[in-house]
Design a protein around this ligand. Structure first.
Ligand SMILES: [Zn+2]
Length: 276
C-alpha cells in the first residue's frame, strides 16, 4: 500500500495541473472506488478551477474553486497519471479529469482506492496531525505513549489515527532506528526518541521517494506513478529499507541476518542483535 511519501509523489503528478479548469469528467460509475461518492457527483467539477493540493498521511486533496476538495485514496493498487488533453481511456481507468491542457487519470485494477468530495473547512484540518506538520509535536507523542503504554510499538506506528502516513516499511525503519524490538510495548520507548525517529524517517522518505523521483516524472515517457514503482531512487544503503526484503538480507549496521515474522498483522523485519 502506498505510504506517505508515495502519496506525496502522486499528489505532485496531479498538482502540475493546478491553475487549469476542468473541461470534462469521465468516470466508470460501477467502479468500487465510487462507494462513498456516486460517480455523477463528480460532474460538479466541470468548469471549476483547480487551485491547489494538499497531502496528509495516505490521503491527497485537490482544491477547486476555493472550498471544494476532491479527496483521493490510492488503496492497494491505485495509480495516478498525467497525460495529454485528448487521452483515450485505458482498462481500469475509473476517473479521468480532463483539464485545459492535460488529463489526470486514476487507474485502479483492484479498486481498494476511493474518491470523496468535501466542502467548506479543509478536511485535513479535522484529521490527526500528519507527522510532517507543525501540529505533530513532542508533547503530542508524549500523550500518545502515556495513553497506550501496553500497545505494541509496530502496531502503534501503523495506527493511522496516531501516525498518519506511516506504513509497513516506514514502521520497520523507525523501530530499527530506535533500536527497539517491533513487538516492544510503547511505554518502554522514550517519547523524545520516538518523536525524533518518526520525524526523521518521514522527512527521509519524502527526500528519497518523492523529491528524487519528481524529476524523473517530468520526462514525457514517465507521466505515471504506481506503488512500488519508485525503485530507481530509493533510500540509501544505510537504511533498513534496502535490506528488508532481500533473501539473506542483513542489518546495515551490524551485518547480522535479519529476522522476519508477522507482528501487528504485518510482515516485519528486524535485527535481533540491534533491536532488543
Ligand atoms: Zn543489527
Amino acid at each position: 500500500m502506498p505510504e506517505l511519501a508515495e502519496v506525496e509523489l502522486a499528489r505532485r503528478i496531479w498538482a502540475q495541473a493546478e491553475g487549469q479548469r476542468v473541461t470534462k469528467v469521465t468516470t466508470n460509475p460501477k467502479a468500487r472506488i465510487f462507494r462513498d461518492l456516486p460517480a455523477p457527483a463528480l460532474q460538479s467539477l466541470v468548469g471549476q478551477l483547480m487551485e491547489g493540493s494538499h497531502h496528509h498521511g495516505k490521503r491527497m486533496y485537490f482544491t477547486f474553486n476555493t472550498s471544494t476538495y476532491l479527496e483521493v485514496h490510492l488503496g492497494m493498487s491505485g495509480k495516478v497519471y498525467r497525460a495529454e488533453h485528448d487521452y483515450a481511456p485505458q482498462k481500469h481507468d475509473h476517473l479521468i479529469l480532463t483539464l485545459e491542457n492535460c488529463s489526470l487519470i486514476l487507474n485502479d485494477y483492484r479498486m481498494f482506492g476511493r474518491v470523496m468530495m468535501h466542502e467548506g473547512t479543509p478536511p485535513w484540518e479535522l484529521l490527526p496531525p500528519d507527522p510532517l506538520s507543525r501540529k505533530f509535536t513532542l508533547s503530542l507523542v508524549k500523550e500518545i505513549v502515556a495513553k497506550r503504554p501496553k500497545k505494541v510499538l509496530k502496531g502503534a506506528l501503523l495506527d493511522q489515527s496516531l501516525f498518519p502516513g506511516v506504513g509497513n516499511w516506514m514502521a520497520d525503519e523507525i523501530c530499527w532506528r530506535l533500536q527497539s524490538h517491533p513487538a516492544a510495548p510503547l511505554g518502554s520507548i522514550p517519547p523524545e526518541n520516538l518523536y525524533k525517529e518518526v520525524k526523521a524517517v518521514c522527512k527521509g522518505a519524502i527526500k528519497y521517494v518523492a523529491d528524487k523521483n519528481e524529476s524523473a516524472l517530468a520526462k514525457p515517457q514517465a507521466l505515471g506513478f504506481s506503488a512500488g514503482g519508485y525503485v530507481a531512487e530509493v533510500p540509501p544503503k544505510n537504511w533498513l529499507f534496502q535490506h528488508r526484503w532481500k533473501a539473506g538480507g542483513s542489518c546495515p549496521k551490524c551485518k547480522s541476518p535479519l529476522e522476519r515474522d508477522t507482528i501487528a498483522t504485518r510482515t516485519t523485519a528486524w535485527c535481533e542483535h540491534c533491536q532488543k
